[in-house]
Design a binder for this molecule. Structure first.
Ligand code: DLL
Length: 440
């Protein structure tokens, strides 16, 4: 097995494309953008109508910046074209369909040609290599297999890179622990919240998970704070790396942190154009400014996306990264704009609350946030678990709750209701954790 070390930034997979100069990236992007715009205009009635309405045509794009004149695509466009009207090729020329369940109504359907599936595998392999995964690694893949893109996305990427994959999928946590113990995988792929669940179940079964051969965790599909990362690194005895993606654009592997620096996720600009917009005015924001991430696909055949509004709030940097890659970095995603609370005028994301809770003495890293109304105003409640060793004396729990309330007030600047619960009282995740309960 090839060992990873700091002198090996994982370039062996795709060095040339990962280190293009900024000029080369811009040239490639213009060419590929024109191709994508032409494809959608000629083949997808939704886009033809949207471009005509905005008075733009693919030939109007002269530079990458001209993309700002083209209309956005939003989730309801996919729902309105359910199930297959966003596809640019006939169904019998496709290779794969995925869908995300969504919370209400119709699922969001996405499709791939065989070339799309192969490009996705290659980008996921590139992401994994950047994350310190190497050919020959044994990969325990606990992302859900099925309509969700996580399981198959990581699976194909790992195989493409030359790893050996154990396709465990999510759930059956005790069995996950048995397989981790008996097979000795070197890599764990899962959501960060599920990795924490696995670690906890391992502990309850008397398995010292930190002593197992797992050395990297490739975690994503939900927001997680640096504090949660430190917790996972320490509990599992690994280095955790963040991977980002969304089904509408491809699946996992749209962007990934590098093992060498772990500061921002390299967004693969030879296949995607990344923009940040102000979600209110919809105007593009400059590099470094915080806003909504908007992504255009440059090479997707079956389902190209033009200016897809992800609802994810983050910022970009094009400062060179210590690993040598030249692609923009997406600083870690704070959360989705639908999860952003405005508490007495202060914007709060669940991940900020997580940063305060995780690592506070006497608390376990399991929490949920309740959003409710007090009169016309939005309020926030935080439920968090006590560590088993603290016990469940009512006075002790009340004192902990007061301490948490004080910490949240002093660090985030908002007052909230805090309830400290007993061990195991917050539901555990087997995929994406439910962090927010909307009681409004
Ligand atoms: O979650 C794809 C994926 C699978 C990514 C496995 C990484 C690993 P969707 O189910 O369509 O696709 O959900 C996409 O999840 O818009 C973000 O809000 C959130 N998300 C994904 N990765 C991250 C991350 C998959 N690393 C939505 N950090 C996205 C924060 C993330 N949020």
């Amino acid at each position: 097995m090839m060992a990873s070390n700091s002198n090996d930034p994982g370039f062996m997979y795709d060095r040339q494309n990962e280190t293009l100069s900024r000029n080369e990236i811009a040239e490639l992007q213009v060419e590929r953008l024109r191709w994508s715009l032409t494809q959608v205009y000629e083949k997808i009635p939704h886009y033809r109508a949207a471009f005509d309405k905005a008075g733009v045509s693919p030939s109007d794009l002269k530079t990458v910046a001209d993309i700002r004149h083209f209309p956005f695509t939003v989730k309801t466009d996919l729902r309105d074209n359910y199930p297959f009207n966003m596809f640019s090729v006939p169904l019998d020329q496709m290779a794969r369909i995925h869908a995300s369940s969504g919370t209400t109504g119709k699922p969001t359907v996405v499709g791939y040609t065989l070339d799309d599936v192969n490009r996705w595998a290659a980008l996921m392999a590139r992401s994994m290599a950047a994350a310190g995964i190497r050919p020959g690694d044994l990969v325990h893949n606990a992302y859900g297999y099925g309509l969700f893109t996580g399981g198959l996305g990581a699976h194909y990427g790992a195989e493409k890179l030359g790893c050996v994959v154990v396709p465990v999928s999510g759930g059956g946590t005790e069995r996950q622990v048995t397989l981790l113990k008996d097979f000795g995988p070197t890599i764990l792929c899962s959501t960060p919240s599920y990795a924490l669940n696995i670690a906890e179940v391992a502990q309850s079964l008397g398995v010292d998970i930190a002593k197992l051969p797992v050395r990297r965790g490739l975690f994503g599909a939900e927001p997680w704070s640096n504090e949660m990362r430190a917790e996972l690194d320490q509990r599992l005895g690994i280095k955790s790396v963040d991977v980002y993606g969304l089904s509408e654009i491809m699946g996992p592997g749209v962007a990934c942190e590098c093992d060498a620096v772990r500061d921002g996720l390299h967004g693969w600009e030879d296949h995607f154009l990344f923009e940040i917009i102000d979600p209110e005015t919809l105007e593009p924001l400059a590099m470094g400014e915080t806003g909504e991430l908007v992504i255009t696909t440059l090479t997707k055949e079956a389902m190209p996306m033009i200016r897809y509004r992800t609802r994810d709030i983050t910022r970009l940097t094009d400062e060179p990264c210590g690993c040598g890659r030249t692609h923009v970095r997406i600083l870690r995603v704070d959360g989705r704009d639908d999860d952003m609370m405005i508490i007495r005028g202060v914007n709060v994301y669940p991940s900020q609350v997580e940063s305060v809770l995780v690592g506070l003495e006497g608390l376990a890293p399991h929490y949920q946030i309740r959003r409710f109304k007090e009169g016309p105003l939005e309020s926030m409640g935080v439920d968090v678990e006590v560590s088993p060793e603290v016990g469940q004396d009512a006075q002790v729990l009340a004192a902990k709750a007061a301490e948490v309330r004080h910490q949240i007030k002093s660090i985030i600047g908002v007052s909230c209701d805090v309830t400290v619960k007993g061990p195991g009282e917050i539901p555990r995740s087997e995929g994406k954790a439910v962090r927010v309960i909307d009681q409004r």
